[in-house]
Design a protein around this ligand. Sequence first.
Ligand code: FAD
Length: 449
Amino acid sequence: MSRRLFDAIVVGAGTAGAITALTLAEEGNSVLLMDSKEKRSIGKKVCGDALGTHHLKTVKLPFPPNETFKGRIDAIRVYSPSTNYSISVEGEGLALDRLKFGQWLLGMALDKGAELKDRTRADKLSFENGRGAELRTVHTETGSVEHVKSRYFVDASGVNGILRKQIPETVGVYRQIPMQDLCVAYREVRRVEKVEDTKIGRIFLDEEIAPGGYWWYFPKDEHTLNVGVGLQGGRGANPKNQLKRIVNERSDLRDSKILDAGGGIVPTRRSMYTLVAGNILFAGDSACTANPMHGGGIGSSMIAGRVCGQAISEALDSPQEERAKLWEANRAYVKMYGAKAASLDIFRLFLQAVTNEEIEFGMMKKLVTDEDIRNLGYGTGGLSIREKASKVIRGISKPGVLGNLAVTAKYMGRIKREYEKYPDYRDFPAWVEKVEGIFREYSSRYLRR
Ligand SMILES: Cc1cc2nc3c(=O)[nH]c(=O)nc-3n(C[C@H](O)[C@H](O)[C@H](O)COP(=O)(O)OP(=O)(O)OC[C@H]3O[C@@H](n4cnc5c(N)ncnc54)[C@H](O)[C@@H]3O)c2cc1C
């Protein structure tokens, strides 16, 4: 057993873990970063590879070096099921080389003094006096077992949340993520003859192809595309088969060559109500920090990593104020991302309940505008259903779930206001109960046909 006591052990060296380790190491703390992958594969991930550059500013990262991305996009265009109508959301984005981007983040953390244990799988966490104390690890090649000790632990192990599953029942922590709140995805990177417009990423809403989700068509460069299907868990469809359908139907994809292929899962529900459980913190997919509406989670995983790293560092400096200092991770995260994500979760539930016909009609009538979607995306405003749109909705003979668009906007506002009152840890259980109550009320009243 290693006799060393680390200030923090970070499990998982993806985007969340690398930024957590970087933040802790920058502040001079001793950090052990572990990953089951070997060092040179850290960062590799089945992903759509798209990252809005505004996230880099939020987490105070420099602009990444050229080799970490393949291209730039200026906008995402969202299409109706018939593809006759679309909404454009402008904003600079990068088509990342995930491996190189991940290696860049890892390199920065190691340069600042974080120690890496690669090919090491975190296994069982032991507790002493209710606190995480010692982690059993297994070498992925030799099978050798070690035990490592730390003052703090960060679960940045992705959707499976290896530590999250082991902690005692804690208010606000999801031990299991419900199936319907997972996005099951499959994507291929394909070499095509020519990408039509390398500056536009495309998202297609189509309940027949991607029930409860969407399929995407993201250019990487003039000849390379990242195409994939993400659908709601539990809906019975297989995203790989659905992508096969798309490829067969599209002449630009039919004869293209697969360069890489694979599937993955992203949690698409509001982030966990707390990123803190005792001396264990959660960042990234393990804390459901991806955007509930579109599943983009690189940026928000880095935000969570930053705030967790900062909070631990502060707690190490002021151990007598540990609880309050750690809680700052929640306050900062909610302000930077969590409030927006929770409000978008209402909209996600709405989108998963409407039919193709309703989406088509809503987009044709511009019930939701480009500006609304941009505001929602950047968290700069809510969904404002204008009088003109309300009239159209009132005029629908069989309004269905679409008829609840205006009330959906109100619930989004309600949730945002609740998050603006994010409590301290003493009032937290009552606050969680209240927020859960609002979600229950919305789902039971407005999502049923
Ligand atoms: C198909 C698909 C497409 C996506 N497209 C996009 C997109 O275009 N844009 C976007 O922003 N987001 C996208 N996402 C979401 C995004 O990839 C994730 O939200 C983000 O990568 C989460 O980062 P993370 O660090 O939390 O987790 P991960 O990237 O999953 O990293 C977790 C790390 O932990 C390690 N690990 C796991 N268990 C253990 C263990 N027991 N011991 C040690 N190490 C362990 C893993 O090896 C891994 O390196 C997509 C996801 C999928 C599946």
